[in-house]
Design a protein around this ligand. Structure first.
Ligand code: DOR
Length: 403
């Protein structure tokens, strides 16, 4: 492949300029991440733009949507601009910051959505918080929809979730830990879908994206809403497919995440949703915290699992046979682009030169000490995975190359 001015110039042209060796790997469009916590501004002891975007590039991602639950919250156009401009200087993955739907993510007054869009915000979300005020969410969906923008939601009913630190069920009961019931997610998804349906009935062009769906029941609700023709999409995270609440028997807060790890039946249902298309795309919810924070006990530790560097290898190793390479790549490239209304990534002549070269064969052991992310720990440490990126190119520039 030859690249010129950041675009694919041709496939069989004589090489000129800098020549990169793909080492026999499989070439695909660079992966797209719709959900990562990069922690800048203000929480850079956990992660920052450079470490987070370098980690993303090492994971094969060319584009990352960052979450706005930072300190301060990303609810000002100037912050969106500053993050975007800084990311451009880093030579890693491309950043598309999400902005808060409400001021300070407090769920009360809408942020200045039109100005945030003008500054380059990719979508609006109060992720990490749960949009308790239904009227505010409705207004946000209506206004964002009129701007052609997606609102993505962290769908958990806070009163039902209460102080639950893990999935509510036999395991939480056996451990004596406060549980977070599946109904907390399903009830919130049902509410949000009804709000969306009401807007559609009035001819409003609202677009709702449900983040990190974790329960079978909530997926059934989304499936039914799609059958009704609602403009709803959803993502599922690899950790909800590969881990269950059984992991909490270790009492290790590395497994604490919101929404929580559920049951094997939920994970199986989500996987079926990836196969039948009712789940739109994969997203990691890469949520780094410091080691000291995650070493606290389960009640006090913050929620979040960080693993953007190994999401593709994890999915390929565990589900490559079930999903097949084409479907898995679709779920991590074209599918997230479609959720956002972005042009579909391709390797055609003239397309942006955003690509990843994947080694689908060689097994390597996960060694968190090698992570670019500041969170140098992960539930999959020591596991043997295949599917590691060899090279990630963004706009024709090398964003990652395995040494
Ligand atoms: O586990 C989570 N961690 N879920 C979220 O929604 C927020 C995230 C974070 O910011 O750490």
């Amino acid at each position: 492949m030859t690249v010129e001015h950041g675009r694919i110039k041709g496939w069989n042209l004589p090489p000129e300029g800098r020549v990169l060796d793909g080492q026999g790997g499989t070439v695909a469009p660079a992966l797209i991440e719709l959900h990562a916590h990069l922690r800048e501004p203000g929480q850079t002891e956990k992660e920052d733009l450079h470490s987070g975007l370098a980690a993303a590039a090492a994971g094969g991602y060319g584009t990352v949507v960052s979450m706005p639950n930072t300190s301060p919250v990303v609810d000002e156009p100037a912050t969106v601009r500053a993050l975007t401009e800084k990311a451009l200087t880093l030579g890693t993955a491309r950043l598309r910051p999400a902005a808060a739907l409400t001021r300070g993510q407090r769920g009360e007054a809408l942020a200045e959505l039109a100005a945030l869009k003008g500054a380059g915000a990719a979508m609006f979300t109060d992720d990490g918080r749960t949009n308790e005020d239904a009227r505010v969410l409705r207004l946000g969906l209506e206004y964002a929809g009129s701007l052609g923008m997606v609102v993505s939601v962290h769908a958990e009913d806070a009163s039902l979730r209460a102080d639950g630190v893990m999935n509510e069920g036999p395991v939480s009961e056996a451990l004596g830990l406060p549980g977070n019931p599946a109904a907390a997610e399903a009830a919130r998804v049902a509410r949000d879908l009804e709000i969306l349906a009401g807007l559609h009935a009035q001819g409003r062009p609202a677009r709702l994206h449900i983040q990190h769906l974790s329960t079978a029941r909530a997926l059934d609700l989304v499936r039914a809403a799609k059958a009704r023709g609602l403009s709803v999409t959803c993502e599922v995270c690899p950790h909800h497919l590969t881990l269950t609440d059984e992991a909490l028997r270790s009492f290790d807060a590395i497994y604490k995440v919101a929404p929580p790890l559920r049951t094997q039946a939920d994970a199986d249902h989500l996987l079926a949703g990836l196969l039948d298309g009712s789940v739109d795309c994969l997203a990691t919810d890469h949520a780094p915290h410091t080691r000291a924070e995650k070493e606290r006990d389960l009640l006090d530790a913050p929620s979040g699992i960080a693993y953007i560097e190994l999401a593709f290898p994890l999915m390929w190793t565990r589900f490559g046979e079930t999903l097949g390479l084409d479907r898995l790549l679709h779920l991590m490239t074209a599918a997230p682009a479609r959720v956002m209304g972005w042009p579909e990534p391709s390797l055609d002549v003239g397309a942006p030169a955003d690509l990843v070269v994947l080694d689908l064969e060689t097994a390597r052991t996960v060694n968190p000490a090698e992570f670019r992310s500041k969170a140098k720990f992960t539930p999959w440490a020591g596991e043997t995975l295949r599917g590691w990126p060899l090279l990630t190119v963004v706009d024709g520039q090398v964003a990652y190359q395995r040494e």
